[in-house]
Design a protein around this ligand. Structure first.
Ligand code: NAD
Length: 374
């Protein structure tokens, strides 16, 4: 057990580190450490706060939803808070969480198992079936408006199909860039560099010969590479793509921005601000949303036992690379909606869902990528 004074110093240090990494990740789409390192720091902080309850604080990153509103984007208040998810990192922890949840529910429950898409959350507010606003999660209460960009995403309808739409519903989903589209995006970035060099050359040629010196091809290519770098990973490319202000871009930047926007896709994973949907389970919510023309993941499955949940987790642990998008784990949800209300939520996450995080892969390569992008 750490002494109180040591714990206090370390808690402060961890909060500062984690807040800095969050600001880079959510507001600037930059990743300064790997997700696994970030998760380890949050976990260490959580353990210290549990060991020394006097050090707990409502503003700690363990109690809040990470994210904010970047400068230049319009803040939008969500009709219902958008939460994060608590994590487990082993099958034993997952089984323990399922057992605890069933004990709190006082009955056996059905589970809904889904892939945890490595993207960013979006809230689509539909009023009487019409899309009114789209927003990122932000700090969970206030997000960033991205309506114009969202309307460009394949699969996000401006008007819902079917009938019987509620006066207000917030459809929540994950925006991501599929792995194949991400590869093409980076190829396109690379193809913009020689075009940028040609632009620099044309500008150089337009200057009087006496004042222009020699054209340094290598230096100009380095400048173009800085302007159109490789994206480090699909998640950060998706976040920047959804939150970009395309109307302020022109020339090659605009071409790059348009492709980035058109590489985005979305799968829905929840609803908010609809107090009594006419269905009894989360899996039926997805059927309803699919009927309205919204894109639902093909990878969700109802599991009737914890063993089936574990089977799903193990299956996708082995088949992770056969999926069209990156995933960093599995989300396990209680399927029955009446239990969502009963189990409730903490300040940052629902008690009826958990994220199982897979152990990191190829940490070395990924870190090199991350360092190259910052
Ligand atoms: P999270 O990403 O671990 O989990 C919550 C989110 O999962 C939800 O908001 C939702 O957007 C998403 N999600 C994806 N698929 C889903 C599905 N099927 N159903 C429901 N939700 C689904 O939590 P977070 O609070 O957004 O971020 C924390 C995580 O982000 C960390 O664990 C780390 O992986 C990463 N992060 C990394 C850094 C870094 O510097 N490397 C910094 C901040 C955050």
């Amino acid at each position: 057990m750490t002494t109180f004074d040591d714990a206090r110093v370390r808690v402060e240090e961890l909060r500062e580190l984690v807040s800095g990494y969050q600001a880079a990740y959510y507001e600037r789409d930059a990743q300064l450490v790997s997700d696994a390192e970030y998760d380890d720091l949050v976990r260490e902080l959580d353990e210290l706060e549990r060991e020394h309850p006097e050090l707990q604080s409502q503003d700690s990153p363990t109690q809040t939803v990470g994210g904010g509103v970047a400068e230049g984007l319009r803040p939008i208040e969500h009709a219902e808070r958008m939460l994060s998810l608590d994590n487990v990192f082993s099958i034993d922890e997952l089984r323990e969480w399922c057992a605890k949840t069933e004990a709190s529910a006082g009955r056996r429950v059905d589970w809904l198992t889904e892939l945890k898409i490595d993207g960013l959350a979006i809230a689509l507010r539909y009023e009487h079936g019409k899309l009114v606003t789209a927003a990122t999660r932000g700090d969970g209460r206030t997000g960033e408006e991205v309506t114009q960009n969202a309307l460009q995403i394949d699969g996000i309808p401006a008007v819902l199909a079917g009938e019987g739409h509620p006066p207000i519903v917030e459809v929540r989903g994950e925006v991501f860039i599929p792995v194949a589209a991400f590869r093409e995006l980076n190829e396109f970035q690379a193809s913009l560099r020689p075009r940028a060099v040609e632009e620099y050359r044309a500008r150089w040629e337009a200057r009087p010969a006496a004042s222009r010196g020699a054209f340094d091809e290598d230096a100009e290519l380095a400048r173009a590479t800085k302007r159109f770098p490789d994206f480090a990973n699909p998640r950060n490319a998706a976040s920047g793509g959804l939150r970009q202000q395309l109307e302020k871009k022109s020339g090659l930047e605009r071409e790059a921005g348009e492709l980035r926007l058109h590489s985005l896709q979305m799968y829905v994973h929840g609803i908010g601000a609809w107090p009594s949907p006419p269905v009894a389970s989360q899996s039926q919510v997805y059927e309803l949303l699919a009927g309205w023309g919204l894109p639902v993941t093909p990878y969700a499955k109802v599991a009737a036992s914890v063993d089936e949940v574990v089977e799903f987790v193990e299956q996708y642990g082995a088949e992770r690379h056969s999926v069209e998008h990156e995933l960093d784990g599995i989300v396990v949800k209680v399927d029955e909606l009446d239990l969502h209300d009963e189990l409730g939520m903490t300040s940052r996450a629902p008690r009826w869902a958990i994220a199982f995080k897979y152990p990191p892969e190829e940490v070395h390569t990924k870190l090199l990528d991350i360092a190259a992008s910052v």
